[in-house]
Design a protein around this ligand. Structure first.
Ligand code: CA
Length: 377
């Protein structure tokens, strides 16, 4: 069996209500998907994390390396792509392009072997994965605090037991938001904060120390992802667990983060950091440093399904009789692509999402919906 075709699709949709976070505003959602087809017509879907048109160029560059190869030899293809890209891209969007192809190959391999990806990753430890709601972005409204409180209550009513909110508008303003959201959701719901590296070490430290009273489960990307020393110092000076890694790439990138004792929680993005092949290795490395993985996930059902399969196959540290359940990010901000491009849609019941049991990733793309969203260029 050989890989016969690699196709890319860039889909885009303008948003009804633009929103922003500490770095920039979203007017639209965009995604680059890749479909890898074997000579018997079996196909797999993958998705990259990053600017969609740049990802498409990257996938076009790497695709010839996959064509003609055996789709069951996923990691062999991965190494071929990695060797070809290493001189130019030890991190960044080309790694995202490689990730997209790798995810499609895992999906394809699962279909060819009639097994779900989680089984191929080493075995399902759980059939349902605990998910947290990512939302609570900023919008230009007169009463942002009320809007955040309403949105947070909505996630609780949908059954989410954990919610992540954005910070990064300034320490005092952030604290007003965090206080209001914590009061609104009560003590039983986990609350996390994410600054998207908006802060200096000093600002992050001030925010962390004053946010400790609000029982924050983790503080994500407090400072620049380049500032490994700053991460370590912050982690040593606050009781709030520090999370990071969505801007980190490949095993070697995570080695910096882990060996530097920078984070309590590592957050590789499967669609960006090197695909399922590499994030599996990153998880193994994190385990050696006694750090748990909570994958970053920001995309369509393909990215989310990849996350479900990975987390299903993860061990949680430390092991004990009543194990804490690992978490996976579930973006709840407006994204028509996520809601319409893939089937089936993932349901959340009591804060959990079921790991697909169908072969491969267990999601398929609705080609009618895709043609509606594909950008004309
Ligand atoms: Ca984030």
């Amino acid at each position: 069996m050989k890989i016969e075709r690699v196709e890319t699709f860039v889909a885009e949709q303008k948003l009804d209500k633009p929103f922003y976070f500490s770095q920039f505003e979203f007017q639209a959602r965009q995604v680059c998907l890749v479909k890898v087809t074997a000579e018997d017509g079996t196909y797999g879907w993958g998705e990259g994390y990053g600017p969609a048109t740049v990802l498409r160029a990257g996938i076009d560059y790497l695709a010839p390396l996959a064509l003609g190869e055996d789709p069951l030899q996923v990691e062999a293809v991965w190494h071929k792509m990695h060797r070809r890209s290493l001189d130019y891209a030890r991190r960044g969007v080309l790694v995202g392009a490689m990730s997209a192809i790798d995810i499609a190959l895992w999906d394809l391999r699962g279909k060819l072997l009639h097994q779900p990806v989680s089984t191929l990753l080493g075995g399902r430890r759980r059939e349902n994965v605990r998910v947290y709601a990512t939302g609570l972005y900023f919008t230009d409204t007169d009463d942002l605090v009320c809007r955040l409180v309403d949105e947070a209550r909505c996630y609780v009513s949908q059954g989410f037991g954990a919610i992540k909110m954005k910070v990064g508008l300034g320490v005092e303003r952030d604290l007003r938001h965090v206080r209001a959201v914590r009061q609104a959701i009560g003590a039983d719901t986990q609350l996390m904060i994410d600054a998207n590296h908006a802060y200096s070490l000093n600002e992050a430290l001030r925010l962390a120390r004053r946010a400790e009273e609000f029982d924050i489960s983790f503080f994500e990307e407090p400072i620049s992802p380049e500032d490994y020393d700053g991460y370590r110092e912050l982690r040593n000076r606050t009781a709030i667990p520090i999370a990071g890694g969505e801007c980190e790439y490949l095993l070697e990138g995570f080695r910096h983060l882990l060996a530097g004792r920078c984070v309590d929680i590592a957050q590789p993005d499967i669609c960006g950091a090197g695909g399922l092949s590499e994030v599996k290795r990153i998880a193994a490395l994190a385990r050696a440093y006694h750090v748990n993985i909570i994958p970053h996930s920001w995309g369509t059902g393909i990215a989310f399904a990849a996350g479900l399969h990975l987390v299903s196959a993860l061990d949680v540290l430390p092991g004990r009789l009543r194990m804490p359940e690992p978490l996976l990010e579930m973006d709840r901000s407006e994204n028509p692509l996520r809601d319409r491009l893939t089937k089936p849609l993932f349901q959340v019941v009591d804060g959990m999402a079921a790991v697909p049991s169908a072969p491969g990733l267990g999601v398929d793309v609705d080609m009618d919906a895709l043609s509606e969203f594909v950008a004309s260029d």
